[in-house]
Design a protein around this ligand. Structure first.
Ligand code: UGA
Length: 458
């Protein structure tokens, strides 16, 4: 099939190159000419494991091309995916101006039938708006449209894997034709019939479930999924605060409650809270959706509030140990909002560093991928060549992103390099026992049996 993907961000680029890999001919459009030039020159606008190879291979095979004019793509393609950004407005509502602009451009140049699929995360009823838009602005003598919703569930850092091996594919449609076309688009993924580009011995995997719904439900599924996951994280963070207060171990609590198959073990890792470009923004947008529909979404407001408090509580712990921060040398391991990405949007690490800088601390940081992006936002930090340089002369080191390379550090060396061997682990990535064996003071999240045993009795 000939497919247009509008937007070359995380979602657009993974979708475009994934669809090309499964045999479609894909034109990926972005009006950022710089990004298109980078992609055409063999570069990548951001770091995502496996994506560069996928893009290169499919561009070389002429199944994937990058252009900046929508008109040149739409004329050739019946199927159009909209994958543009929907950032938050000041009040948390999703800004749909890019989606609307794309719809205007499509209607200005469309001829014949087009299936326009929203893949950007949008509030429920956006599909209806788009249908109305096309009925008003589309030239109905020359063109006609179906609108569909196809939310994505890709995680940064494992987006390529998630594209090829999703838990489910959700399509929201209101015509048989739209459903049929979307099934055809995803058939290789649904049947797992492609040659897997990421696993050498992928073997025969079971078919991926296809969930077909109305458009409103599909849109809502996306916001509800992200909000539920965010709720799990805030729940375990709330429990971890209690564990610290009463002398229990949040890791063990999470492990045991996660063994209940009705609860599930994932997204129960306590820490410094969720960040990234999705959860914080989608939660806010979903609260706004609930509000305008007259529904009580207080539950999700609390999820957000608990998450915002994570940074305060972590900084309080640091101050409790280091006392005055002014002039203290604090090392930071990890800046990205999660490992395997260079994305620092709403990263808890950046919020924590801002607080330390405001208190006069000297902050020295290292991240395997995210330093370029962090530098643009945090010029007051000294960026270091590796994790050991960060530890040199430090009064404390904060582990803020759980990159794998931090696990294999030589902690004997780390201890001798630090002015005070003290690690605050915001991701619970190290073992308390290992740290004690290396003679390093260790403060994690959610462990009641910590450094200073001042557990109150209730
Ligand atoms: C999230 C969803 O997981 C995807 O399904 C969705 O497609 C995507 O948002 C999106 O809407 O585009 P992502 O933001 O890439 O994906 O990353 P996650 O792996 O979900 O992690 C989000 C944040 O939660 C990170 O800051 C992570 O450190 C934090 N987290 C995650 C925890 O603090 N504890 C956990 O147990 C799990």
């Amino acid at each position: 099939m000939n497919i247009t993907v509008i937007g070359a961000g995380y979602v657009g680029l993974i979708t475009a190159s994934g669809l090309a890999e499964t045999g479609h001919r894909v034109i990926c459009v972005d009006d950022d000419q710089g990004k298109i030039d980078t992609l055409n020159a063999g570069g990548m606008p951001f770091y995502e494991p496996g994506l560069g190879d996928l893009v290169d291979r499919n561009r070389a095979a002429k199944r994937l091309e990058f252009i900046s004019r929508i008109e040149d793509a739409v004329a050739q393609c019946e199927v159009i995916f909209i994958c543009v950004g929907t950032p938050p407005l000041e009040d948390g509502e999703a800004d749909l101006s890019s989606v609307e602009l794309v719809a205007r451009r499509i209607s200005a140049c469309a001829r014949g039938y087009h299936l326009v699929i929203e893949k950007s995360t949008v509030p429920v009823q956006t599909g209806r708006r788009l249908q109305k838009h096309f009925s008003i602005y589309g030239d109905n003598s020359q063109s006609h449209y179906d609108v569909a919703s196809n939310p994505e569930f890709l995680r940064e850092g494992s987006g390529v894997e998630d594209f090829f091996h999703p838990d489910r594919i959700v399509i929201g449609v209101d015509s048989k034709k739209a459903a049929g076309l979307l099934e055809e688009v995803y058939r290789p993924v649904l049947e797992q019939s492609f040659v897997c580009p990421i696993h050498d011995s992928c073997g025969k995997r079971p078919h991926v479930p296809l969930v077909v719904t109305d458009i409103n439900s599909a849109e809502l599924i996306k916001h509800a999924s992200n909000s539920f996951l965010a709720m799990k994280i805030s729940f375990i963070n709330m429990i971890s605060d209690l564990c610290e207060a009463v002398g229990a171990d949040a890791g063990k609590v999470a492990q045991a409650i996660g063994m209940d198959s009705r609860i599930g073990s994932s997204f129960l890792r306590p820490g410094i809270g969720f960040g990234g470009s999705c959860f914080p923004k989608d939660l806010q947008a979903f609260v706004r959706v609930g509000q305008s529909a007259g529904c009580d979404f207080t539950l999700l407001r609390e999820v957000e509030r608990i998450n915002q408090r994570r940074v305060d509580l972590f900084v309080d712990k640091i101050k409790h140990e280091l006392w005055v921060l002014r002039g203290k040398r604090i090392g930071v391991w990890g800046l990205a909002f999660k490992p395997r990405t260079d994305d620092v949007r709403s990263a808890p690490a950046l919020a924590i560093i801002r607080r330390l800088l405001a208190e006069g601390a000297v902050v020295r940081a290292y991240d395997p991928q995210a330093m370029g992006k962090a530098k643009a936002q945090l010029p007051g930090v000294e960026y270091c060549a590796d994790a050991y340089v960060v530890a040199e002369g430090a009064d404390a080191v904060l582990a803020l992103t759980e990159w794998e390379e931090f696990l294999s550090l030589d902690f004997e060396k780390v201890r001798t390099m630090m002015a005070r061997p003290l690690i605050f682990d915001g991701r619970n990535m190290f073992s308390r026992i290992d740290m004690a064996e290396h003679g390093i003071e260790y403060v994690d999240v959610g462990s009641g049996a910590q450094l200073h045993n001042h557990t109150p009795t209730l």
